[in-house]
Design a protein around this ligand. Structure first.
Ligand SMILES: Nc1ncnc2c1ncn2[C@@H]1O[C@H](COP(=O)(O)OP(=O)(O)OP(=O)(O)O)[C@@H](O)[C@H]1O
Ligand SMILES: O=P(O)(O)OC[C@H]1O[C@H](OP(=O)(O)OP(=O)(O)O)[C@H](O)[C@@H]1O
Ligand SMILES: [Mg+2]
Length: 296
């Protein structure tokens, strides 16, 4: 079947750390996706979008070429790709808050390390040669970059290179291989990207619809709806304590003159400390409830 250009094409990782979370985000945005683990593509049953399940390394190319209008990929893969191309063919639309990891240089536990100059004249194994080279150049360190496709943590044991530069999140893989992180090259998370190639009017409208739903999903993840009661004198202090709430609604409480209900959408995390401060400022009957959907 040829590509249906009346639909939107979204490139997602087929199988790996970002796969389930990318699909979840689209599902939360209302797309009904019925695809088995082995499918290479899927049609959203209730939205004019087709999902393409590919290797994450291919996503920046597909989106830059316009083969897929949108894609979800880690900043690490995206920036490595961008450093190797003359023109930027994509725009980053949103940071998605999952797939957090860092590209870090690590050294064997037994090797002393006294800052980046310790890397001078040394070999460093990595799957991210361009990001690593940029890091070294910016610090005027002359080291040899050895490229590996995977299992980079094995390089010191195999005497391929004493240092490595690879993705780290918990640090468990480094520790299991007798390594410790010494430098951070890039902090990364999954991002939503779109092609810079112009879309026709119809697909621009479909993309706009999906993007506003995704914005809504991302906003609700952090947001909470707060309700509380307070006396008139305490209102100013209490509203100033509400995190990320712009214009709270203030309603008189029936049968309690001088007392009000305050309702607000807080677009930042609401911690126990905040609730304690609100209580200390005179708030009572404080309720914090999750928000299911939001369209800004
Ligand atoms: N330990 C980690 N914790 C959190 N996120 C990670 C971690 N390792 C990698 N990631 C993020 O998830 C992305 C995908 O990682 P994964 O290991 O599934 O990639 P891959 O093996 O290259 O997969 P593919 O088969 O698609 O090429 C990485 O590019 C990075 O953005
Ligand atoms: O700091 P940690 O939590 O231990 O995570 C780090 C590991 O995660 C990634 O590999 P992954 O497990 O995704 O396998 P891969 O080799 O297939 O990329 C990365 O390449 C590290 O090896
Ligand atoms: Mg890959």
């Amino acid at each position: 079947m040829l590509v249906d250009r009346s639909r939107l094409h979204i490139a997602l990782q087929r199988s790996g750390r970002l796969s389930d979370l990318s699909r979840d985000l689209l599902r939360e945005s209302g797309l009904r996706i019925e695809a088995g683990k082995n499918s290479l593509s899927a049609r959203a049953a209730n939205f004019p979008a087709d999902l393409m399940f590919v290797r994450d390394d291919d996503i920046p190319t597909f989106v830059s070429d316009g083969a897929c209008e949108l894609g979800i990929v880690g900043q690490n893969v995206l920036e490595e790709f961008a450093l190797g191309s003359n023109e930027r063919g994509f725009d980053v639309l949103a940071e998605l808050g999952f797939g957090q990891c860092s590209l870090r240089i690590a050294a064997p536990e037994r090797l002393p390390y006294e800052g980046v100059q310790s890397l001078s004249g040394q070999r460093i194994a990595t799957s991210y040669p361009r990001l690593l080279r940029r890091f070294l150049d910016e610090r005027k360190v002359d080291a040899e970059v050895v490229q590996m496709k995977g299992a980079v943590e094995l390089a010191p044991r195999l005497e391929i290179a004493p240092y490595i530069c690879d993705l780290v999140s918990t640090g468990a893989t480094l520790e299991a291989n007798g390594l410790r992180p010494v430098e951070t090259v890039l902090n990364s998370q999954a991002v939503l990207i779109r092609t810079r190639k112009p879309l026709d009017e119809e697909r621009e409208a479909i993309a706009g619809q999906l993007l506003s739903r995704i914005d809504g999903v991302l906003a609700t993840k952090e947001s909470k709806y707060i309700m509380l009661n307070a006396s008139e004198e305490a209102l100013e202090r209490i509203t100033s304590l509400l995190p990320g709430a712009e214009a709270p609604t203030i309603l008189p409480l029936h049968g309690r003159p001088g007392h009000f209900a305050v309702h607000a959408v807080c677009q930042e995390s609401v911690f126990w400390e905040t609730l304690q401060k609100l209580k200390g400022a005179g708030a009572s009957a404080i309720l914090v409830v999750p928000i299911e959907k939001m369209m800004l």
